[in-house]
Design a binder for this molecule. Structure first.
Ligand code: CA
Ligand code: CA
Ligand code: CA
Length: 197
């Protein structure tokens, strides 16, 4: 049986382990969201500063990915909605674009095709041979243009991931759609006189 001293020591060890794991393995947290973009109905979150890979893991845990920027309107909306959140002007925004799989071939984390880019002048340049993760420049640097960075954070700056959740059709929607199609087909056949009433 454990005496009181041993029990206290065990308890303190547990507390220490818990605190140290929080300090070492802290995940990014949601700073704001869910926010719905009225232009596409998609849901977004802004995460606290972290690396691209930690931000992407948090995005997946929220049911999405780091944002796919499909056009200039979405780029502008993401920048104006999240770059200055909390009154800061020094926040880089991680987006889903990366060339981790094949150097120089940029892909979106959610698998959508690359149809729009907003590279800053001279980017992407793969500085140091290890820049595989794309972020938007903060308000302090005019803002919204893209640069490839390494998988770090930025000293003296924030590096917040933007999460996008693209809604998938609900099963009930598919069922209604299928029912509608069946009804439409039956109506067509009836009009053609191919089905006895
Ligand atoms: Ca998008
Ligand atoms: Ca690269
Ligand atoms: Ca670069």
């Amino acid at each position: 049986m454990l005496n009181r001293k041993t029990t206290t020591r065990l308890f303190l060890s547990l507390v220490f382990l818990t605190l140290s794991s929080v300090a070492v393995g802290a995940d990014p947290v949601v700073l704001t969201g869910p926010v719905v973009n009225p232009a596409n109905g998609h849901t977004y979150y802004l995460l606290s500063s972290d690396t691209w890979t930690a931000s992407q893991s948090a995005a997946v845990a929220l049911g999405g990915n780091l944002v796919t920027i499909n056009d200039s309107a979405e780029n502008a909306w993401v920048f104006t909605t999240f770059a200055g959140f909390g009154g800061v002007t020094n926040r880089f925004l991680w987006i889903g674009l990366n060339d981790v799989a094949v150097e120089g071939t940029f892909e979106w984390a959610n698998g959508e095709l690359l149809t729009f880019t907003n590279w800053s002048f001279g980017e992407p340049n793969n500085t140091g041979g290890n820049e595989n993760y794309v972020g938007m420049y903060p308000i302090a640097f005019s803002g919204g243009e893209w640069n490839d960075f390494n998988n770090g954070t930025f000293q003296g700056f924030e590096s917040g991931g933007v999460v996008e959740i693209v809604p998938t059709p609900e099963p009930v929607t598919i069922l209604l759609f299928a029912t509608g199609l069946t009804g439409f087909a039956a109506g067509t056949l009836r009009r053609r006189g191919q089905v006895a009433r």
